[in-house]
Ligand binder design. Structure first.
Ligand code: PDD
Length: 275
């Protein structure tokens, strides 16, 4: 069963018009949430971000957040989801193809569950990354359905045997193609500040909270590719990747080329929050 606006229906019954603006223009927004033991992790923050993004592009959500919360939990229940994810998106809906917003938009919300296992093995061993020019638009704070820049970057990473592409604008590192990026140098954690150049990740919030609780110094300032290469530890984070250690960048080892102690510590601290 899937969520279609405020209804739970069978996937085969769902109907999206070929002129849906999400389909034609990428005119919409989305969220990915993780479900651990039947509970949605940090749902409030995800919905706050959804509301923010909807506001930024002038989409009115088809249901209230209260109704959406109820429906997301119904979706979990009817699908008997214990551990997994929910993907949901809102488009500006159907209208005859024309760039300006339709006079009376009818936004369309769709949501469904997925059951990807947590990437525990990769989290243990660490993964490879490459660096690439950040060719995305200048409103990366909006979780837009327009993901072509991210898709092309991720594809390049995969073709080179890497897990993630770490993006930079004129040598200043922003984030991963679908993750936020942290580096650690001399016991301090550094990540790009919020703003229009990165997505305000929910996992990023969690990491900053955990670092704060443990008195690990955090710097929210941009850093250069050169600094990234010289880091002691590097990790990316997201809802689906959690805390994912990066052990090589462009073929060069990060630190001594294995998962570092602070990254491991943050993984452990996050694990404690999940169950
Ligand atoms: N990606 N930065 C970008 C560009 C992202 O697409 C994501 C999430 C993040 C991390 O955000 P969060 O911690 O809220 O998941 C950062 C999702 C998971 C995706 O597109 O599948």
């Amino acid at each position: 069963m899937i969520l279609f606006n405020d209804q739970l229906i069978r996937r085969e019954e769902a109907r999206v018009d070929i002129e849906d603006r999400g389909y034609q223009f990428g005119d919409g927004i989305y969220e990915v949430v993780s479900v651990y033991e039947g509970k949605i992790f940090r749902l409030e923050e995800h919905l706050q971000r959804l509301s923010y993004c909807a506001g930024e592009i002038g989409i009115e959500l088809p249901t209230s957040l209260e109704v959406l919360i109820t429906n997301l939990y119904k979706l979990i229940e009817v699908n008997q989801l214990v551990n997994g994810q929910i993907y949901f998106q809102v488009t500006r809906g159907y209208a005859p193809r024309n760039h300006p917003f339709p006079a009376q938009p009818k936004p369309v919300l769709t949501g469904y569950v997925t059951r990807k296992p947590r990437p525990l093995e990769l989290m243990k061993t660490g993964v490879k990354a490459i660096t690439l020019d950040d060719i995305r638009w200048l409103r990366c704070d909006i979780k837009s359905l327009n993901l072509l820049g991210s898709v092309l970057a991720k594809q390049k990473a995969i073709e080179q045997g890497a897990f993630e592409a770490l993006l930079h604008r004129n040598g200043k590192v922003t984030e991963g193609s679908s993750t936020n990026l942290f580096m650690i140098k001399d016991g301090k954690i550094q990540t790009h500040p919020l703003g229009n150049l990165i997505l305000g990740g929910i996992t990023r919030i969690v990491i900053l909270e955990l670092a704060g609780q443990k008195n690990i110094p955090v710097i929210e300032e941009p850093f250069s590719l050169k600094e990234l290469y010289a880091a002691d530890e590097v990790f990316v984070c997201s809802t689906t990747s959690e805390v994912m250690p990066i052990i090589t960048i462009d073929g060069n080892p990060v630190g001594n080329g294995s998962v570092g102690p602070l990254t491991r510590k943050l993984q452990e601290l996050m694990e404690e929050m999940l169950f």
